[in-house]
Design a protein around this ligand. Structure first.
Ligand code: NAD
Length: 372
């Protein structure tokens, strides 16, 4: 493909398209918004008009088969992701699919296979990987700055009524596959996989505590990683403060990441505790430390970093365009989406059987949303 802008069709015209994907395309010199599809004609028309798309439709086939698009971004209720991705693959269009890839592993696998069979890019919308603090943390972990990682904790909470969603699909488990674990916690499942590698085993406690609908709003996952590390992921959908922090504990240091929301407990986007002396620190940490006096060197302790805030959707779209143009694998692949999906499905099996569940799941593992 030339370096002409990649022409994109939106599948869905809800909140995340209006808040993020459409304006991101508008900002990008490498992408062009060509067409919009939504089951709701008014919403499709409004986004097309507001962001300059030439056409809008309520017919999925008409969107994906148009020769005015090279790729689609899919952001409909989770249950509808597979039909959109399979239709796009059949029409030979590259896909950036919002997380979760689907609601169950079997559907995710079909989506991965369909795109692979046509050599199409399938990227999954785990945009938090693109935060600068996450990228720095990844490089510090990979280069051994905090030694061997043995444990982690990750929290991601967002009250059910703060995000300006267009519909209430999240609270209809048939459409969403989960209200909290598959919407919020899945970001952290992916983040931990990105930083520490694959999950080996999961034990879940999912509960309904407060929100008006009988859905998972109180999520706890205990995890064993293939690396030998252990950890805990938690989310809730009822506490008023938005909570967002990840801690990684290594034999030679600790990393704290707050990917978005900061509060008194998560007061800096990235902090690293190390006992290394200044000369042994990588430049990114040495330069971030301000000593009490210029003649004093760093002698161990916490170093706080405040990297410039970047919009992760810009980096996400740039990675998608680069994969299409350079015919290279997606930065966050369909398999990454499938692996995260497996952790959710394993958590559901753990709830059903009240036991640890090993990963990867068998191909015929059932998908059973718990009754709350
Ligand atoms: N990466 C992130 O951080 C992030 C953030 C928000 C949303 N998302 C994902 O984006 C997706 C949409 O979320 P949202 O917040 O925009 O939801 P929303 O409720 O605001 O919008 C959903 C849209 O889908 C449309 N729709 C419903 N059924 C449809 C169908 N069968 N075919 C086509 N369109 C249909 C609705 O009319 C609506 O416009 C979800 O998968 C969600 O997980 C990801």
């Amino acid at each position: 493909m030339s370096d002409k802008p990649v022409r994109i069709g939106l599948v869905g015209a809800g909140a995340i398209m209006r808040l993020s994907h459409a304006p991101t395309i508008l900002r990008s010199p490498d992408a062009k918004l060509a067409a919009v599809f939504d089951a709701d004609a008014g919403r499709a028309e409004a986004i097309a008009k507001d962001f300059g798309a030439a056409r809008h439709t309520t017919d999925l086939k008409a969107l994906v088969e148009g020769d005015d698009i090279d790729a689609v971004i899919v952001a409909t209720p989770n249950f509808h992701h597979p039909e959109a991705v399979l239709a796009a693959a059949a029409a030979g269009k590259h896909v950036l699919c919002e997380k979760p890839l689907a609601i169950d592993v079997a559907s995710a696998r079909a989506m991965v296979d369909a795109c692979a069979a046509k050599n199409l890019v399938l990227q999954v919308g785990f945009n938090q990987r693109f935060w600068a603090q996450v990228q720095i943390a990844k490089s510090l972990i990979d280069s051994g700055v905090i030694g061997e990682v043995h444990a982690f904790r990750s929290l991601y909470s967002e009250r059910w009524n703060v995000y300006p969603a267009t519909t209430r699909y999240r609270y209809d488990l048939k459409a969403s596959g989960g209200a909290t674990i598959i919407d919020l916690t899945i970001h952290r499942i992916d983040l931990i996989r990105y930083l520490l590698g694959d999950f080996a085993s999961i034990c879940a406690e999912l509960a309904h505590s407060v929100v008006p609908d009988k859905v998972d709003d109180n999520v706890w996952l205990l995890a064993r990683m293939k690396s030998g590390a252990r950890g805990c992921l938690s989310s809730d959908r009822y506490s008023p403060a938005i909570g967002d922090g990840t801690d990684i504990y290594g034999s030679e240091g600790t990393i704290h990441i707050a990917t978005e929301t900061q509060n008194p407990f998560h007061a800096t986007p990235l902090a690293v505790h190390t006992e290394k002396k200044a000369a042994d620190l990588p430049p990114v940490l040495r330069e971030a430390h301000y000593p009490d006096a210029w003649w004093k060197g760093f002698e161990g302790g916490w170093i706080q970093l405040r990297p410039p805030r970047r919009n992760p959707y810009d980096a996400q779209l740039a990675a998608f365009v680069a994969s299409i143009r350079e015919k290279k694998p997606a930065a966050i692949s369909g398999m990454d989406g499938l692996r995260a999906q497996e952790v959710v499905q394993a958590a559901y099996l753990s709830m059903r059987d009240r036991t640890w569940v090993d990963l990867p799941l068998a191909a015929d593992a059932p998908f059973v949303v718990p009754a709350y």
